[in-house]
Design a protein around this ligand. Structure first.
Ligand code: MG
Length: 203
């Protein structure tokens, strides 16, 4: 399986990192080794001093598709969750400056923990969904999918032009504003519409 991530999908987040608002989705991939086994903590990597959390709504693909039209994209997933796109911001800044690929900053082991998947049928409107990330009990990111520059279905349509989507693939749909550093000992928790779907300890 593969993990497809969308960058800069919320205008306010693009702005907080001094990035332009994109005209088409920014895409990068993470390998399956970026997932964390259930109940495993995240071990702060030795190669970075500035790992940031980016809480994102995650879609699980459950049907194979290529060149999917936006109109039919909703047939390709039935479960959603929240995941964290961990980013070694210090490495990312260095690579961005040089125009080099981001993988070491974004795709390292454990950089894509995902919470419990829940049926999308639990929610009346996926294009108006609240999700919240708290660190040590304090709210840090409050996102609503209505602020996405590219909707879930638009992302699936766009991504599937380049990559065949397969059963079990995950799509991280971008982070809202409020990203920030983690520290050893932190406890992260995320909710969708008030229901806890994600928790993680940093060690
Ligand atoms: Mg991200």
């Amino acid at each position: 399986m593969k993990i497809v991530c969308i960058g800069r999908n919320y205008a306010a987040h693009a702005k907080e990192l001094n990035n332009p608002v994109p005209k088409e989705p920014v895409i990068f991939l993470k390998p399956d080794t970026a997932l964390l086994p259930k109940r495993m903590p995240f071990f702060y990597p030795s190669f970075s001093n500035d790992v940031h959390y980016e809480a994102e709504l995650v879609i699980k693909i459950d049907r194979v598709g290529k060149n999917i039209s936006e109109k039919f994209a909703h047939k390709y997933y039935s479960e959603i969750s929240v995941g964290v796109d961990f980013t070694a911001r210090d490495l990312q800044e260095k690579y961005k400056e040089k125009g080099l690929p981001w993988e070491r900053a974004k795709a390292f082991d454990g950089s894509a923990p995902v919470g419990k998947f829940v049926s999308k049928l639990n929610y009346a409107d996926l294009s108006n969904l609240n999700f919240v990330l708290s660190v040590n009990g304090e709210q840090r990111q409050v996102g609503n999918t209505s602020d996405m520059l590219f909707s879930i279905d638009a992302i699936i349509a766009y991504v599937s032009q380049f990559f065949t989507l397969k059963i079990g693939d995950l799509i991280f749909t971008g982070t809202p504003e409020g990203v920030g550093p983690i520290a050893i000992g932190d406890y992260l928790e995320a909710t969708i519409e008030g229901e806890k779907v994600f928790e993680l300890k940093i060690k």
